[in-house]
Design a protein around this ligand. Structure first.
Ligand code: MLT
Length: 411
């Protein structure tokens, strides 16, 4: 028999959202009449912005004519998309990002999972706890995490606990690290980092020559003017940070798939011989070997979200979900639960009642209210005692979920 990658055997049996789907399927099989409301995985429910739909229809027509047909897309994305990103996501905020520093992809999940490949296996990784499981699992698969204890803590990972006591904001690591994953607005806690707080991380990374992997997939949900939309708003970040952005949550592209990663030209790592190496060059090399680009039709749809009407429609989508976030937050607070997040993020991070751990809360909510959420423990040991709901449902379902929680659920 052929040897397998033993590091995979160190992973928890199922990816968090697959495990939830499995439990929900089982419950539904036993209770076929239960009308489930799914506020678990952060998957959007509203249709794409009409501007994106129109652009995609036109692009499909182009693919039908020999004069306008397109084959492989450019490796790092079409100019019409990267130019719009550089100008509107960055330039308009006074942030310098050049179009050729942007690498278009089919998702931030993939990019945040794959980025570790361009770093040495011995790099020490720091992760917030709780954390989006992909950052951890991809490093476990690569053999960078070491071995797990009974609580699922890996001995080579530096965990940065984010708890109510520190407002869900991590402290700087107490030992040297090479790679730091930060996600703000945060999945799963919904916490945000102010400019001043993010500056301490950039300064730390500069001092220690660490690299920050900054997942800004939920940037579109920021309301507070003190919260930076990009890590490059912080002076010096271009030399230490890679930023991930996505059209999934802002423009509804979870099924359509389009995202991008910014790797500034100044950002360098070093080789075994101590020579400086461009991380941008390595990432483009990785992507051009293992990925063939995002379809023309999809990139046209993404680019349409930057037109005046596309921007208005995208903002309306985000506003819709943020109204759901408000409904959930206020509804849960009215039941006496302690609620975090939901103000600059589409996630609501709920403290479970004292007698219930997070999977216990999951099971009870499912059984009594037929509402599906995500147990905090699935995001890491510090997520125990918490539960996540998403604001990505339809309005009616969201209101109905809150009604059921208020009337049927006995914490
Ligand atoms: C989540 O529920 O955490 C998100 O859907 C994850 C993702 O975007 O892959």
């Amino acid at each position: 028999m052929t040897r397998v990658n033993d590091h995979y055997l160190k992973l928890r049996a199922g990816y968090l959202f697959s495990e939830i789907a499995r439990r929900v399927r089982e419950f539904q099989a036993q209770h076929p009449d239960a009308k489930l409301i799914r506020l678990g995985i952060g998957d959007v429910t509203r249709p794409l912005p009409p501007a994106a739909i129109r652009a995609m229809h036109e692009a499909v027509d182009e693919m039908a004519r020999v004069e306008t047909f397109r084959g492989y897309p450019p490796e790092t994305g079409y100019d019409f998309l990267v130019d719009a990103i550089a100008r509107q996501d960055y330039g308009e905020r006074g942030v310098k990002v050049a179009p050729d520093e942007i690498v278009v992809s089919d998702g931030s999940k993939q990019d945040t999972a794959n980025i570790q490949e361009i770093f040495a296996p011995e790099c020490v990784v720091a992760l917030t706890d709780p954390v989006y499981p992909v950052y951890l699992d991809s490093n476990v698969m690569a053999g960078r995490a070491g071995s797990a204890d009974a609580d699922g803590r890996f001995d080579r990972i530096v965990y940065l606990p984010c708890t109510a006591e520190n407002d869900f904001l991590p402290r700087l690591p107490d030992r040297p690290v090479d790679l730091i994953y930060l996600c703000y607005p945060n999945n799963p806690t919904g916490a945000v980092m102010t400019r001043a707080a993010l500056k301490t991380w950039v300064d730390y990374a500069r001092e220690r020559t660490a690299v920050i992997l900054y997942d800004a997939a939920y940037e579109g949900y920021i309301r507070d003017p003190d919260v930076p939309h990009s890590i490059y708003e912080i002076e010096g970040a271009r030399e230490v940070a890679i930023e991930f952005r996505s059209f999934s949550k802002s423009a509804g592209f979870t099924g359509t798939r389009c995202a991008f990663t910014v790797v500034p030209k100044e950002l360098q790592g070093r080789s075994a011989t101590g020579d400086a190496v461009s991380l941008h060059a390595l990432w483009v090399r990785r992507q051009s070997t293992k990925f063939n680009g995002v379809a023309y039709v999809i990139q046209r749809g993404a680019a349409a979200t930057y037109t005046p009407e596309g921007r208005k429609q995208t903002k309306a989508l985000v506003d819709y979900y943020m109204e759901n976030a408000r409904i959930i937050r206020q509804g849960l607070e009215a039941t006496g639960l302690t609620v975090h997040g939901a103000r600059n993020a589409p996630y609501i991070w709920v403290k479970t009642p004292p007698a219930l751990d997070s999977w216990g809360f999951f099971d009870k909510l499912l059984a009594e209210a037929h509402v599906v959420g995500t147990p905090g423990a699935g995001f890491g040991p510090s997520g125990e005692g918490y539960f996540r709901l998403t604001a990505f449902g339809g309005r009616e379902q969201t209101e109905e979920a809150l009604h059921r929680i208020k009337t049927r659920f006995r914490p």
